[in-house]
Write a protein that binds this ligand. Structure first.
Ligand SMILES: [Zn+2]
Length: 229
């Protein structure tokens, strides 16, 4: 384990010694995508690295042992995993949470490590997840964050899709009509001088047309706001 110097700015919060569920923060472990990471000791004896944000929001409360225990209990109690036959929907749900919250999970850096989260409704209940998503249509389908592949796992941004559908809809490939031209978001963002992430957010929230209209004039609104501050 490398020893990292803690940032000295005022807003930085030293979490050393604080307890979050089964985890106790023991040392600062540097920044991951601009967010502080902490080495935590779990009650079960495992050490894990967790983002401070996830600790403070209660999203991560153990090294993963809590989740594994929950899984065992749920397998027995809820119908979708009756008799130990865990359904694919259930596996999807478990892995989705792991990707976002278990720093030891192999793909964590592409999900939780980048601040991607599972909405509270789904985090708390497999049944809610299943009710929103429905059953997986076929073995070819997996969960797809759509339209924003960088967005969170939540009902408005998830669907079952085949690998082919997912590849076709990588968000940077999706084209939108702007002034009679079909353009992808990275190009529109450049033309309108708007951060790409903001444009994706607006399009997701308000649809293509209104989202792009909001981006148009963004610079002027920003300058105007700055002047009136
Ligand atoms: Zn543990």
């Amino acid at each position: 384990m490398s020893i990292q110097n803690m940032p000295t700015h005022k807003r930085f919060q030293d979490l050393t010694g604080q307890v979050f569920g089964r985890l106790t923060a023991i040392s600062y472990d540097g920044m991951v995508e601009n967010r502080a990471a902490w080495v935590c000791r779990c009650e079960c004896g495992q050490n894990v690295v967790v983002l401070g944000k996830n600790l403070k929001q209660g999203l991560t409360q153990s090294c993963g042992c809590l989740h594994r225990e929950m899984l065992k209990t749920s397998c027995v109690t809820h119908g979708n995993a009756r008799l130990g036959k865990v359904t694919r929907e259930y596996q999807t749900w478990v892995r989705m949470i792991d990707r976002c919250e278990n720093a030891n999970y192999k793909d964590f850096h592409r999900y939780g490590g980048r601040g991607i989260t599972v909405c509270e409704r789904w985090r708390e209940s497999f049944e809610a997840f299943l009710a929103d998503m429905g059953e997986r249509p076929s073995d070819d389908h997996s969960i797809d964050r759509f339209p924003d592949t960088n967005g969170n796992y939540e009902p408005s941004n998830c669907r079952w899709a085949t690998k082919k559908e997912q590849a076709n809809n990588r968000r940077s490939n999706v084209k939108h009509l702007v002034n009679g031209q079909m353009l992808c978001v990275p190009d529109i963002a450049k033309i309108l001088n708007v951060p790409e992430s903001l444009l994706y957010k607006w399009i997701r929230r308000h649809g293509s047309e209104k989202g792009i209209a909001m981006a148009d004039g963004y610079e002027e609104r920003k300058a105007h706001a700055a002047k009136n501050r």
